[in-house]
Design a protein around this ligand. Sequence first.
Ligand code: IMP
Length: 481
Amino acid sequence: MLSLVSLGVKATRERQAGHQARKPPAAPARAPPTLRAAMPGIVVVGAQWGDEGKGKVTDMLAERADAIVRFQGGNNAGHTIVRNGTTWKLHLMPSGILHPGKLCVIGNGVVIDPKVLTDELDELRRRGVETSALRISANAHLIMPYHMLLDHAGEAKLGKLEIGTTRRGIGPCYADKAARLGIRVQDLLDEKILKKKIVAALDPKRLSLRPYAKDPRLDLQSMTDEYLTYGHVLEPYIADTSRLVLERLDRNEMVVFEGAQGAMLDIDHGTYPFVTSSNPVAGAACIGAGVGPKDIDEVWGVAKAYVTRVGAGPFPTEIEGPLADEMRERGGEYGTTTGRPRRVGWMDLVALRYAARLNSLTALAITKLDVLAGFDPIRACVRYRNDEGAEFTDFPYHQTVLHHASGEYIEMPGFTEDLSECRSETDLPEAAREYLRFVADFVRVPIVLVGVGPGREQVIWTEAADNVAIGPPTDHAASAT
Ligand code: IMP
């Protein structure tokens, strides 16, 4: 039975969440869906505040894709993929790089720190990963040393009002792109052009960079030399990536567009100004990869079974105290990029429904359902209410409203079973299935994939996966519930 309860912004802990390890009997695993004849363009985006587990979902789709494309963000992102017990932490590299021979693209919409990219390439090669299929857009913008300094300085200046950026220089780099003062990947191939553009970019920043006047990182010649060196390393990978992707789509090959961050961090649609400086929503895949809207057939949103957020900003379903600590520990909720403890909260269905609309989600992947084992009741926010009692069933556009909004929740019975061995919907306890049904019905998007552990095999493909473009599982008849 579902019961509607009203809670404050900071939910207090009502019950110690016990964690029992009673494993439900395993039914035969449903095989991953097979591809239908027409191979689509699939966008995978974060439907919350980032860190939803997009890397794992993309990695699974990448196995059957011909190309994997990153289209926005930079090394503020961090994708963790666990394969055969080995953990891979990628920041700039598309998740597909772990699948030899697949075209892996860093699109024009990405901002690239070339030091991070060359280090990531070195590390992958050292660990025996073939990287020759990587292609980097010549039009992608570069994060320069002054972008990082300005990111630090900007946050310091904001003091208590800081955004909580990853301090990787993302915002200042996108700002230069919009101001037409950016340095692009293609500029690395010509010393004269590179130097001229650095001078032009530095000129309007003289005042803000004055505290760093003696910083060796800002020395024009050494900066130019350093970036030329990156250019030499990256040159074999630089390409007209839009053309390469369009060619694959023309041949009806499957292309996965891999989003970073999440809808609620979108610079236009998220909780501005506590957002990143790019558009993590699906529409940006077209711009950031250089394809048209009609090239996108499916949009998969990835959401955790609860919610996390790093950095500052409104978070209506945030939990604090021991309950939050327990959720954070169980979910391993520490930033891949910065190591910061993530803020945690109950599933926010108002925000998720908003994300579903913004992205035209055709499917949902719910990750980390196993983390909810032992929490009873489980809560899901179905509306917000402000200090004056006004109710919001839609995500409020106004910053002040959002800052004063607290969640109102549906309470559902919890479950205590360890889900890590579940491979089919029938393996799941009824309470977990009820929770998933409620989420899918509320958001009106089918859940096709459920994560029950960090390993790539720890997933459940649901029956709803039969109806999305990547087609029915091969053992459909045998495993149907
Ligand atoms: P920036 O992208 O470094 O400018 O940071 C802006 C905001 O986005 C901060 O709140 C960051 O914590 C957040 N952010 C950026 N990248 C990620 C991510 O990959 N996961 C979660 N939050 C992120």
